[in-house]
Design a protein around this ligand. Sequence first.
Ligand SMILES: CC(C)(COP(=O)(O)OP(=O)(O)OC[C@H]1O[C@@H](n2cnc3c(N)ncnc32)[C@H](O)[C@@H]1OP(=O)(O)O)[C@@H](O)C(=O)NCCC(=O)NCCS
Length: 237
Amino acid sequence: MEYLIKSAVPATEIAPSSGPSDELFSAGEKSPIAALAPSLAQRAQAGSRGALDEGAAQASAFAIVGEGAGDVEAREALLDRAMGPKRRKKSSEKLRRGRRPSEGLAFVARDPSGAIVGTVRLWDVRLGEGGPAALLLGPLAVEPGLKSGGIGSALMHHAIAEAARLGHGAIVLVGDAPYYGRFGFAADRTGSLAMPGPYERHRLLALELKEGALDGAMGTIKAAGRKIKGHALGFAA
Ligand SMILES: CC(C)(COP(=O)(O)OP(=O)(O)OC[C@H]1O[C@@H](n2cnc3c(N)ncnc32)[C@H](O)[C@@H]1OP(=O)(O)O)[C@@H](O)C(=O)NCCC(=O)NCCS
């Protein structure tokens, strides 16, 4: 899906294309624009004055596409910039470590140069021992200099729509209800669930994609994703 950042705050997102998500350019491919000008992401990372303002003036576009095999390094660097090194200590990481994201549910936002300016992935989990299958969403992160430009919302809407299209029943995450509430996530169905590590109970949120998918869900959430063969890294792929 393509989007246009029209203004910095509040963000206005326009989806001029309803075509396939890799229509703007395919994953891993650099647009010719990259040769002509530094990317929006580069300017934001360098802290150049008003990267987003400039982006707004130029009505910079971004596209939500499936993550490619060559995106791992840039995605990890973005996560470090956006969330800091402690991100790997989160209890959600226990459900991701050594696993692959759920099939077809890892997305990046790219600027017109092809640079990654946002990331979100979903992971297969089980809601309690022998409980129903669900997805864990996260981490969600946007290039720090490009916050409030609608990239996070676009990633969320795309991820939820794809998860529903693929037939998943529910998504859980640990995050701020004031942000995730706008996408339908709430803590009211997660009282009988627990993360496999320290977390703040009021931040464990869920969204049903199919009615009743969270009925009776109880216990500690378990990793259920495909394992990475020969996994040696300390973080999820
Ligand atoms: C959270 C994050 C992904 C949002 O992405 P974004 O592209 O800035 O979000 P959007 O442009 O879609 O939405 C911006 C709106 O969300 C609000 N918002 C952002 N983070 C928020 C939070 N934690 N709680 C409440 N509101 C939040 C902004 O104030 C803004 O509000 P407005 O629409 O009223 O102006 C981004 O801020 C980020 O990468 N943060 C650091 C990493 C992080 O905390 N990730 C979430 C981990 S669970």
